[in-house]
Ligand binder design. Structure first.
Ligand code: IMO
Ligand code: MG
Length: 431
């Protein structure tokens, strides 16, 4: 027999350190999708969607839910804080009707238990000077329990009382000493009641999404995956140990939905026209002066999840991952970098590093070991630009902005297909 796969999956992935504006291209791509999926991370992610002029901040529910033809699924790869999910459903219900036909929560997704949040905080305290700067949402400890095979999954809420209590007892057995030595006390009763409350609040959304995904793949219906976190935060290929605990690069993003690579049609790398990072870890082009302050203020670089001011620096093309098979780039904040250029008289883009005495275009994996920060070598653009409000196409962009885009395409070898030129989703040029 011959197989007839129809690649129909569009993945939207952060290609740097998160907060690249994945929500913009996600809402754009989801507008004609059948399924929209979240597959990695948890409520460490944050993006804002706009619905009939209302700003809705979301951390777990795929933003694609605002389109009437979509079903959205929170897949196995996600770790879920059930109270955050419930609050989001309540918030969304003010605008649209969130029914179990529209939102499915995989029965295999793991639950962030109340103790995971305390463990996150305790572990950061133990890391002391080496702290990661996690979002303190219990993400890491929940994935740790998943790997230890003592996690509590959504389907466990439907166990008999006796069997659920046994699971909770096992999990608590691993953690109670460290919790208690930090003054945190949980018992199985309290956790059992927590679980029953969760079941009451979100139980009707829990199910096995496989048949729905399989049906869409067989029909070649468009599936959009809203990635979370980013390539440099990936557990395996990111800046370990200053990364998150899930695999959030393009492969991990597919894996979180159980979808095989033959189905990928488009893999969109989102990036900004400058770089930002929250938490610890290498950031070669980081600016500690007024240039960085200008980027932070003009780009509104404060966390949607934690409110933290983000570390800011020039665009770093060395840090763009080269082996992931990105098919398109969504470049955001082209307007912002133009204004920065106007104010400073220049814009810089990093095209190589000097590291350990050599010029290189490879992002080093051992900066934790050498303790040496790569020194960026820049291409400098004179001046900046302003993008007029009636600019609707690439051809209408200022020449200098086009040169900036050309440099990105030449170095990454990936076409810049979406360009963000303003704060609203409509301020997007599609090439
Ligand atoms: P979105 O989807 C930016 C970072 C944290 C920390 C590290 C580990 O909005 O782009 P964790 O709580 O995951 O254990 O923290 O990862 N981090 C993010 N930074 N945007 C995100 O998501 C992030 N999710 C995690 O700041 O350095
Ligand atoms: Mg974020």
């Amino acid at each position: 027999m011959t197989q007839n796969f129809k690649p129909c999956v569009t993945e939207i992935v952060g290609s740097y350190w998160g907060d690249e504006g994945k929500g913009r291209v996600a809402s754009f791509e989801a507008s004609d999708a059948r399924l929209v999926l979240r597959t990695t991370g948890g409520n460490n992610a944050g993006h804002t969607i706009y619905y009939q002029g209302n700003k809705i901040p979301l951390h777990l529910v795929p933003g694609g839910i605002i389109y009437p033809q979509t079903t959205v699924i929170i897949c196995n790869g996600v770790v879920i804080d059930p109270n955050v999910l419930y609050d989001e459903i309540q918030l969304l219900n003010c605008y649209i009707s969130v029914t179990p036909e529209r939102l499915i929560v995989s029965d295999c997704a793991h639950i962030i238990m109340p103790y995971h949040i305390y463990l996150d905080w305790i572990q950061e305290k133990m890391r002391d000077a080496n702290k990661i700067g996690t979002t303190n949402r219990g993400i890491g400890p929940c994935y740790e329990d998943e790997a230890k095979r003592i996690g509590i999954r959504m389907q466990d809420l439907f166990r008999s009382e006796e069997s659920l209590r046994q699971k909770l007892e096992l999990a608590l057995g691993f953690h109670h000493e460290i919790l208690e030595s930090n003054g945190i006390y949980y018992n199985v009763d309290a956790l059992y009641h927590f679980c029953m409350e969760v079941k009451e609040k979100i139980g009707k959304f829990i199910g096995n999404p496989e048949s729905l995904i399989a049906k869409a793949l067989a029909a070649g219906d468009k599936i959009v995956i809203e990635g979370a976190q980013a390539d440099h935060l990936d557990l395996l290929w990111g800046d370990y140990p200053n990364c998150t605990s899930s695999q959030c690069n393009p492969s991990g993003t597919l894996s979180g939905a159980g979808i095989g690579p033959v189905y990928a049609k488009k893999v969109i790398a989102t990036m900004k026209s400058y770089c930002s990072r929250v938490g610890s870890g290498p950031f070669p082009t980081e600016l500690f002066n007024e240039e960085g302050d200008l980027i932070r203020n003009l780009g509104h670089e404060y966390g949607t999840t934690t409110g933290r001011p983000r570390r800011c620096g020039w665009l770093d093309l060395v840090a763009f991952p080269k082996t992931r098979g990105y098919t398109d780039i969504c470049l955001n904040h082209l307007d912002t970098i133009g204004l920065i250029g106007q104010k400073l008289g220049y814009i810089k883009v990093c095209v190589s590093y000097t590291y350990q005495g050599n010029v290189t275009t490879t992002f080093p994996t051992d900066v934790e070991v050498t303790g040496e920060v790569p020194i960026p070598n820049y291409e400098v653009f004179e001046g900046g630009w302003e993008i007029s409000s009636d600019c609707k196409s690439y051809t209408q962009l200022p020449q200098k902005a086009k040169d900036f885009i050309a440099l990105i395409e030449n170095v990454t070898n990936v076409p810049v297909s979406y360009i963000g030129i303003g704060p609203n989703n409509e301020d997007t040029i599609v090439r």
